[in-house]
Structures are given as C-alpha cells and as structure tokens.
Design a protein around this ligand. Sequence first.
Ligand code: 3EB
Length: 338
Amino acid sequence: MSLSLLTTCFPGLPDVDGSRVLGAAWVGAGAPQEPPVWPQQRLLTPVLGPAEVVQECWWVQGSAPLSCGEAEGIAWRRSGDLLFGVIDIDEAAVRTEPPCTPLQQAAHDAYARIFHLLDAQGLPHLWRLWNYMADINGESHGLERYRQFNMGRGDAFEAGARSVVGRVPAACALGLAGGPLTVAFLAGAAPIVPVENPRQVSAFLYPNRYGPRSPTFSRAALAHPPGQEILFVSGTASIVGHETVHPGDVRAQTVESLDNIAAVLGVASSSSRSGPFALADLGYRAYIRHAADLPAVREVVAQRVGDAPVAYVRADVCRADLLVEIEGQALRKLPVWQ
Ligand code: 3EB
C-alpha cells in the first residue's frame, strides 16, 4: 500500500478510483461542486494560476478496505496506518469565556478533537496540518487573530500531552477572506523526522514579541508510509532568524523564501532515506497576498524550480508584512530493501 498525491488544476479527478481516496483539498473562488464522499477541505479563495481551481487528492493504492467516519465534526478516512481528516469550526458557534477568544477556542477545540480521534484510532503521529482562517491579520480582544490561533493550538498540544517543541508536524497557516477555521491533517502510526532550517529560528522557539505562544510546527517533515518517503515542506516565508526581511519587496521576499526552502532541502537531504532533494523535485503551492504580485512571484519561482508544478493561490500570510509564502511536497518510493 502506498500513498499518492494527485494535483490537478482542473475540476474532476479522472484517473482516481474514488473508493481509494483518503481525502482532498479543493481551492477556488467560484461555487464549489457538491462535496464528494471523501473528506475535503474547501478553500474559497481565488486561484491565480495555472487554472481557476486546484484539487489535491490523497489516495492509496492497494486493495485494503478503507474505513471512514465522522467524529466530533471531523470527517475522516483511513487506510492501513494512514488517516486524512478535515474539521471546520464556525467561530460564531463557539462558546467561550473571556479572556479566551472565539478563534482561540475554535483552534483549541479543533486540535483537541483531532487528538481525541487519533488516540481512539491508535494513530498517534500527526504528519502535516493545513490551517486556514478568516481575517488572519485582524485584531480583536487586543491580539492579532493569528496569535489567538497560536494560543489555542499550543494549549491543545499541551493538554493532549504532546510536545510543542522538537518533533512537531509540518504545517501552514493562512488567512482567507471569510469562512470557518478549517484544519486538514494527515496522520500515521510512525513518527515523522522533523527538519529545521539553519537560517531561521525554529518557529516553536520564536520570541514572544510574535505573540504569547509560539507557533507549533516544524520547517519540514519526512514521513514514511510503507515503502515510501514523503517530504512535507511547511509554509515558508521571507523570515531570517525570526525577523521578516524585505518588507514591501515581493520579489526579494520570493527569493528569500526559496533560499529558505533550499536550506530546508539541504537538511532534509541529510536525513533522507530516498536520496537528496533539489528545488526541482517538489510540487508547490504559493500563497500570494496581493493578486497583482502574481507575475513577479511567478517569474522568480519559475526561474528557481524549473518545470516543477506550482499552484498560485490568493491568501493572507500570517504576518502583515509578509507578501508571499510557499509550501511543497515530494513523494518517493523507497527501494524494496528499505
Ligand atoms: C513563519 O515561518 C511563517 O503557524 O502553522 C508558516 C508555516 C507560518 C506554518 C503555522 C506559520 C505556520 O513563521 C508562517
């Protein structure tokens, strides 16, 4: 059994047997299609290229039956030791009391329920998380909303007796124009190999000028389904040390983000079971704050990654001075003797 990722930039997944799909992401600004039978994270935001819709579909080969369920608002599907799930939480429906904010509570609830499901499923290890929320740079209750999210997420990791440093999953966290807090995840029985970036302070060690609680994610993670190696590179931005560099200069921010990814690939390569990773080996999603910046970002990215597939998506990055964030992944078969 192995895990595959099919990214199409057109509606429809012609070559995938729906009974083998663990879950998917759908990105687009228009009315989405009817939700499929598998868990799907829907992001209502413009895709800037190469088409108007992105579908990213995780599916498994083999004949083992899939199990699926709905638990505390999480839609999930599992095959062997791999599980994909999605949870959406509407902040307006969350009950909380000050000083906890609705977004902080929503983040806490989403993660607490994910941990509860994974405990029940006997799959302790989160590999990759995709987090999206409305108005990520907005301020309420005296705190930027992304920082509220970090408080709820970090509290849930601690309440679930999970480490908030060291071996934490790969992730991204972006803002959209509206919609619920939506969190998608891939989990497995085997732990990830976390990867940090020597050019950056680990996000889980950011100083508290970026918020009362540091974000809980690794710069990248190597995960090992049977016979495979998957590299997840987290959302990567123009941050050196812990500071934003090149504010206001989208081209320079894109170069810096790619330099950061290249540094992460260097470290990942030294822990890899499948051989070194180069920029051209991955598939990417690039999040762009201002749609008008697409040509500049695309030119820099294409120059560095060559023919590697890149989907460009309109989204807000989690610091107001960041204009672009890039994430990627690579899936490889391991030689049979590994
Ligand atoms: C950064 O390096 C940019 O909070 O889960 C990137 C990836 C970022 C994941 C998260 C945030 C997250 O701090 C922001």
